[in-house]
Design a protein around this ligand. Structure first.
Ligand code: ATP
Length: 439
């Protein structure tokens, strides 16, 4: 039996969820493409985050900043300086260290105690390119390594145009790029990935309380979406592990099968580091004026930051099961199941005509046409009904709606629920309402 990661990677490929990029050319290590089902899953993960972080709140607004920002941003943020030291990376925990900082012989990772490292490299984590059609004389620019800087450089504009008072937040979902030395573990560590980050601006002195608040909120987001609490834990960063901008950072870790525990989301108290740095470098005033107390200050920032792809990987691992299921003939057989939360499932309902009979097809099409206005649906008429159920189970479709010969008389269809496999006869006229109650 292949290990869990192999099973999930293989399912993802076989069903067109996620597979290696440019595969006909042998792929590009660390780049992955989302296929027809993957793109739906990804949208659902992003929608769930946006709903929780922006739509349901009156104190957070959205932003979509450019991927290529002024190179001065990265000078101010410290990314150019911090990411150009000669560093080695621990092959186990992927923490990076200055080679000369490592103690002992053999050299030992201060974070995890491992002894194998990559060669020391004078590397910059950022992808560099040129702005302008000719290389000579063009400006060196970078693909952003995090989305966060957009929120800092646009802080004053967003605050003034949205007229929000501190505390308030700015949220963004978008691509980020890092020239990681050791990409791998499927979509856990990529060089091109997507982030969901929110910068929450608070009055200095209230930051510790808000930090605790966001740790709890973010944990709840994962458990509300069905992640088993046993597979999540909160880990405090040690002082020597903290990023250059952070006062305190906590990781929400997931029990990934390849690392035991690995970072899923980071929640950092970035203090006023970024706003002050950008003020210094740009000469623009990035303070906030509090109309109630008539004080002017640089807000502190609490940042929950999570990778879309890494979250997807955790959702997939958590939802993946292989079970013994009863067959029509009275035996049992293995069924692979993605018990995804209904909000995340790529397809919400599959419409299955019992056969390709010419009387059944129009009735099934009619049901599909009815449901497709409400949810992403699938129409599948290929193979035995049992095989079609299994196919939907393994991509997490919560409901299969089967149209059979009785449907032609009683105008009802059989709705089968994914996890319990319980079947229920429901009138076509009330299908939308009944499914809506459960989706
Ligand atoms: P790691 O320690 O795993 O390198 P990090 O601490 O550098 O991560 P952050 O800068 O805190 O990561 O980024 C926030 C989130 O973005 C991470 O928690 C993770 O979910 C995601 N992320 C970071 N780097 C990658 C990557 N190379 N591939 C996929 N997701 C990533």
């Amino acid at each position: 039996m292949p290990d869990l990661m192999e099973q999930i990677t293989s399912l993802a490929k076989r069903r067109g969820i996620v597979f290696p990029s440019s595969e006909i050319y042998g792929g590009l290590r660390s780049s992955w493409d989302y296929g027809p089902l993957g793109v739906e899953l990804k949208r659902n993960v992003k929608d769930a985050w946006w709903r929780a972080m922006v739509q349901l709140r009156d104190d957070i607004v959205g932003l979509d900043a450019a991927i290529i920002m002024s190179p001065k941003v990265w000078e101010a943020s410290g990314h150019l300086e911090v990411f150009t030291d000669p560093l080695v990376e621990c092959r186990n925990c992927h923490q990076r260290f200055r080679a000369d900082d490592l103690q002992g012989e053999p050299k030992t990772c201060p974070n995890c105690g491992n002894h194998t490292f990559t060669d020391a490299r004078n590397f910059n984590l950022m992808f560099r390119t040129h702005m302008g059609p000719v290389e000579e004389g063009a400006e060196d620019v970078y693909l952003r390594p995090e989305t966060a800087q957009g929120m800092f450089v646009d802080f004053a504009t967003v605050q003034q145009t949205s007229r929000h008072k501190v505390p308030f937040g700015i949220a963004q979902i978008g691509k980020a790029f890092r020239n990681e030395i050791t990409p791998g573990n499927f979509i856990f560590r990529m060089r091109e990935f997507e982030q969901m980050e929110m910068e929450f601006f608070v009055k200095p002195g209230t930051d510790e309380e808000w930090h605790d608040y966001w740790i709890q909120e973010r944990l709840r987001w994962f458990t509300d979406l069905g992640v088993r609490p046993d597979n999540l834990r909160v880990r405090e960063h040690d002082a020597d592990e903290l990023s250059h901008y952070s006062k305190r950072t906590v990781d929400i870790e997931y029990r990934f099968p390849f690392t035991d525990w690995g970072e899923l989301e980071g929640i950092a108290d970035r203090t006023d580091f970024d706003l002050k740095a950008h003020e210094r470098h740009s000469g623009e005033d990035l303070t906030y004026f509090d109309p109630e107390t008539e004080e002017r200050y640089h807000p502190y920032v609490i940042e929950p930051a999570v990778g879309v792809d890494r979250a997807i990987l955790a959702f997939l691992i958590d939802a993946y099961r292989v079970e013994e299921a009863p067959t029509a003939k009275g035996g049992t057989e293995k069924r692979t199941l993605l018990a995804l939360h209904t909000d995340l499932a790529p397809i919400k309902a599959a419409v299955l005509p019992l056969s390709r009979n010419e009387r059944l097809v129009p009735a099934a099409r009619e049901v599909f046409d009815l449901l497709k206005h409400h949810w992403m649906c699938d129409y599948d008429d290929a193979g035995s009904i049992g095989r079609r159920y299994r196919r939907q189970d393994e991509v997490g479709t919560p409901f299969c709606v089967t149209v059979d010969f009785d449907t032609l008389d009683d105008r009802a269809a059989t709705v089968r629920e994914r996890d319990s496999m319980v079947q229920e006869r429901i009138p076509v006229a009330s299908l939308v309402e009944r499914l809506r109650e459960r989706l």
